[in-house]
Design a protein around this ligand. Structure first.
Ligand code: AMP
Length: 381
């Protein structure tokens, strides 16, 4: 089951896009605004309370919308997933969603964000008022309040979901078909995770040329291969991790390489931003390997001695214990039930431009650009 959040300011076109994406991907379009408007139309007590708030451009209390969402999850069947529109709208709602999904053994797959400037928001809402006649689209004061509420309460979700590695943004100012094509591309099984640094920011440890080839060409090929291979198969609606665990042959290999590379490219920071591991992760490292230096020695030896192409991994087991493994070719620790935390790609394409055949020099240098905050986030997630 897939869980997508369709994100964006009021008037971004979430409703229009959701209707198109719902049919294309067999999803349930779950709009809290629509659910509330249905309550208002039915004249329920909840509707009466919600109307007052909605007409003033304010938010309905978190527990009301959270209960509506959970009820829909419980009562909807026959779909490949959910497309949440207008929820979550606050950080508290995002935390609640995480808990609601965790209870079901599920998680958010991606946040698809349609971005438009404030001036376009106003134009779009005025236009919609003429077509749909929504009460909260009619008054300029209500529109202003909704825009202000969006900036104050909903916009913080951008960094919330960026930190969780789930945020994907597209430009929403184009025509409907263009925006839809961009969103559909984000919903494919495979995509390259956006780089959290500039392509030249890791130089000289990883040069821009290596990023251009390794991220721009090698990873892109795996992404394109996988999306082509899964078309029309049951894998199309699985998460990447599921494809890695359940797929075979080319599907498993390409999926493994997408997952491996996405974890690899999002684990670095410029050397000038480096800070050593700390907190719970450091405790686990010291507990398992004696010290940080002890860990580096074992991890580097695993990467250096791996024969042929593959990946050295630091992972956590279900009890949070750390383990170092060598994975050949496209394998990933998720196939062993482990949570992958940190990796060294020892395929020659990862280091040949910058280090030629000197794999140990590449391994040593890499340890100076590890973003330990990101590794801690993965460990504690
Ligand atoms: P929408 O159709 O998403 O623009 O929502 C219309 C109005 O319904 C909003 O301006 C809010 O007053 C209310 N609403 C919709 N979704 C939520 C939510 N997740 N949390 C609180 N209020 C909401």
């Amino acid at each position: 089951m897939k869980y997508y959040i369709l994100f964006g300011p009021p008037g971004a076109g979430k409703g229009t896009q959701a209707a198109l994406l719902r049919d294309k991907h067999n999803l349930c379009h779950l709009s809290t605004g629509e659910l509330l408007r249905a309550e208002i139309a039915a004249g329920t007590a909840l509707g009466a309370k919600a109307k007052e708030l909605i007409d003033n451009g304010m938010l309905v209390p978190d527990e009301v919308v959270e209960a509506m969402i959970e009820n829909k999850f419980d009562t909807t069947g026959g779909v490949s997933g959910f497309l949440l529109d207008g929820f979550p709208r606050t950080v508290a709602q995002a935390d609640a969603l995480k808990r609601i999904l965790a209870r079901r053994g599920q998680k958010v797959d991606a946040v698809l964000s349609i971005m438009i400037p404030d001036s376009t928001i106003r134009e779009r809402i005025r236009h919609r008022a003429e077509i749909e006649g929504r009460a909260d689209d009619a008054s300029e004061a209500t529109i202003s309040n909704r825009i202000a509420t969006y900036h104050a309460k909903t916009e913080p979700l951008i960094s919330y979901y960026k930190d969780a590695g789930l945020y994907r943004e597209i430009d929403g100012t184009g025509i409907i078909d263009e925006v839809n094509a961009a969103l559909s591309a984000l919903m494919q099984v495979a995509s390259s995770a956006p780089l959290p640094y500039a392509p030249d920011a890791l130089a000289p440890i990883i040069s821009k040329e290596t990023i251009d080839f390794h991220y721009g060409k090698h990873l892109k090929t795996y992404v394109d291969n996988l999306n082509n291979l899964v078309k029309g198969t049951a894998f199309e609606n699985m998460s990447l991790e599921e494809v890695v665990c359940k797929g075979e042959g080319g599907i498993r290999n390409n999926a493994g390489q997408v997952l491996n590379h996405n974890l690899y490219f999002t684990q670095f920071c410029p050397a000038s931003d480096y800070s050593a591991p700390d907190g719970k992760l450091l405790e686990a490292i010291s507990g398992t390997f004696g010290s940080y230096d002890g860990f580096v020695e074992k991890f580097s030896a695993a990467a250096a001695s791996l024969f042929g192409s593959g990946w050295a991994w630091l992972s956590a087991d279900a009890d949070g214990r750390l383990v170092i493994t060598q994975e050949a070719n496209a394998a990933n620790p998720v196939q062993k039930g482990l949570k992958p935390l940190l990796t060294i790609d020892v395929w020659e394409h990862a280091y040949y431009i910058d280090y030629r055949n000197a794999r140990p020099a590449y391994i040593k240098a890499l340890m100076q650009i590890i973003n330990w905050k990101e590794i801690s986030r993965r460990y504690e997630a």
